[in-house]
Ligand binder design. Structure first.
Ligand SMILES: NC(=O)c1ccc[n+]([C@@H]2O[C@H](COP(=O)([O-])OP(=O)(O)OC[C@H]3O[C@@H](n4cnc5c(N)ncnc54)[C@H](OP(=O)(O)O)[C@@H]3O)[C@@H](O)[C@H]2O)c1
Length: 336
């Protein structure tokens, strides 16, 4: 029950106690319609008060992580708009009728206008757990993991959503971390440079001005958690894995802790790691300065340059070898 007392001394006091101080405090109820008061009697029409739950739009809600995010949001008392490509699939995944769960058809590749309609003006935040599905289309990562995320951010701007949580991946900035030859970096990028696409999407979010939390998990596991969450700053972790349950938990907790705002966090689970609260985990991550971003971009450019020069040198060597071979053969032919 809401803590409403009809004998409240001041309507303003009521208003203050009901209006969340921050977009995402622990209070999940928010006031959408103004209270109506009648003169003298300080009578309040309860029917006019619409205290609604915070509503979160989850993109990729039928995914293995997305599903868990939806379930955990509902369990924590949020209302959810599940953005899905296939409504029938979603209905079979969430079979129990729940008035707090709304299933909305949306494809992130279809542009920000359609997404804005799906998110609507009643969503308080967006969580993006989409990921391209393996296919012969090498551009799929760019369509889904880059443009899809860009479309979602643009849609948020259109409808005034100010909070965005992205499930990204460790090693997205592997090149700048000196992990160019890390097998995971090489293998994942073999599928249409998905890590590069994700990194570009992250950069778009960071420049957009939206209040973001970018979660970069290690390898995802369907098993229940088997260790404690280890949270590190961006470009730190290059190996490790984590249960999708814990990734979903971090996504949901990001909404509840102001310490998660404007941060990129890398997460894995380790059995030997100490158990920490989310205040401690998010609080331990510092926001990176713009200078660090510039330096990282320069590092990436330098690496690409070195790589290209090395490739060109190799090519030249090959050409040189062919030329030497040809000269030798010519010399042999003319009997020199
Ligand atoms: N697998 C790993 O080890 C790993 C590691 C680190 C990070 N990640 C990242 O973590 C995220 C979640 O991973 P996951 O394995 O849980 O994902 P998943 O099960 O593959 O789910 C991906 C979701 O994205 C949806 N989707 C794909 N294309 C879409 C589009 N055009 N429009 C709207 N939705 C679309 C899918 O919809 P349908 O259900 O309709 O197909 C699905 O619901 C992904 O971004 C992934 O890259 C994965």
């Amino acid at each position: 029950m809401w803590p409403i007392t009809m004998a409240a001394s001041s309507p303003l006091l009521l208003l203050r106690s009901f209006t969340p101080t921050k977009p995402f405090s622990k209070t999940i109820l928010s006031l959408r319609k103004p209270l109506k008061f009648y003169s003298n009697s300080i009578r309040m029409e309860i029917s006019e008060i619409e205290a609604e739950k915070k509503k979160i739009f989850v993109s990729g809600a039928t995914g293995k992580t997305g599903k868990r995010i939806v379930e955990q949001l509902l369990a924590k008392g949020f209302a959810v708009k599940a953005g899905v490509r296939d409504a029938e699939k979603a209905k079979s995944m969430f079979p129990n009728p729940n008035e707090d769960l709304q299933i909305i058809k949306s494809d992130v590749t279809e542009g920000s206008e359609k997404l804005a309609n799906a998110i609507g003006d009643d969503s308080d935040a967006v969580i993006c757990a989409t990921g391209f599905q393996y296919s012969w289309d090498l551009l799929a990562p760019w369509k889904v993991d880059y443009y899809g995320t860009v479309n979602l951010v643009d849609a948020c701007r259109k409808v005034g959503v100010k909070r965005f949580i992205l499930v990204s991946s460790i090693l997205v900035n592997g090149a700048a971390m000196g992990q160019l030859l890390n097998p995971a970096y090489v293998f994942l990028n073999a599928f249409g440079l998905v890590l590069v696409a994700k990194l570009q999407a992250e950069q778009y979010i960071r420049k957009s001005g939206i209040n973001y939390t970018i979660i970069r998990p290690g390898g995802l596991k369907n098993d229940p958690p088997s260790g404690n969450i280890v949270m590190e700053p961006e470009d730190t972790l290059s190996e490790g894995s984590i249960s999708r349950d814990q990734v979903a938990e971090v996504a949901v907790e990001s909404l509840l802790h102001p310490q998660a705002s404007f941060k990129v966090v890398e997460i894995v689970a380790r059995t030997e790691a100490p158990s920490k609260s989310f205040v401690e985990l998010f609080g331990s991550i510092k926001e990176r300065s713009r200078l660090t971003h510039v330096l990282n971009s320069l590092k990436l450019i330098a690496l690409v340059l070195v790589f290209s020069i090395a490739l060109m040198a190799l090519q030249q060597l090959k050409i040189l070898k062919v030329l030497i071979g040809m000269t030798r053969r010519l010399n042999e032919d003319v009997g020199l």
